[in-house]
Ligand binder design. Sequence first.
Ligand SMILES: C[S@@+](CC[C@H](N)C(=O)[O-])C[C@H]1O[C@@H](n2cnc3c(N)ncnc32)[C@H](O)[C@@H]1O
Length: 229
Amino acid sequence: MSVQKEFSKYANQYNSYNIIQQLVAKALVRDITKKPKNILELGSGSGQIYKNISWNVDSYTAIDFSKEMCDLHPKDKNTSVSCFSFDSKDFLDFIKDKKFDLVISSSALQWSMDLKKIIKALSYVSNEINAVLFTSNTFKAIQNITAKESPILDSDCIKEAFSLYYDCTFEVLTYNLEFSNKRELFDYIKKSGVSGDSNLSFKEAKHLFKTYNLNYLEFEVIFIKAIKL
Ligand SMILES: C[S@@+](CC[C@H](N)C(=O)[O-])C[C@H]1O[C@@H](n2cnc3c(N)ncnc32)[C@H](O)[C@@H]1O
């Protein structure tokens, strides 16, 4: 299943399966000191970031390629929610000639097909980016069993892409999320929106279920504060 379909399919349940995303979204907003007035958010989902912003903004531009997620995002007179991919030409056309005080993104850009291209485009429209991305070390123990590579970007690629256009500080954090049984743990992977298109056959999935003997899932995230070079 594609990432877009996966997010759309589980959009209604997403708010019950996004414990780590909620945590990092809160931390990301808490770190914003200047109370920017014009904000662009990439991969806005059901509005975790927006809900944590406590000051008044003049404009909040949210982008997400899942229509179901866009439908869940809170709306008000200063908010615009647009449904397209941050990897698309539509996105590049959309931001061209616009200016933002801050670009923010939480738990989304790890899916980018070309992060360098996005960061380059953002460098023309904003002097600052605050972002947090999951890294390929998320679900590491699962990858060790399935011998499949993570579908998301690794921290070195992420650091390289941001550092080309911005002066950055990076912080890499890991979280372990415990479960009382395996069924809940595997259900969480499917609905949390971090797994992506894992492409496991029935046999491989069965083997994984049998072999995985940790009672927790591992998540790794990278926080980025970027100021234009
Ligand atoms: C894990 S959710 C995070 C949502 C929200 N930012 C949060 O913190 O809860 C990732 C979001 O990114 C969106 N997304 C993933 N790839 C995208 C892309 N290429 N373009 C736009 N949105 C994308 C998904 O539809 C989903 O809503």
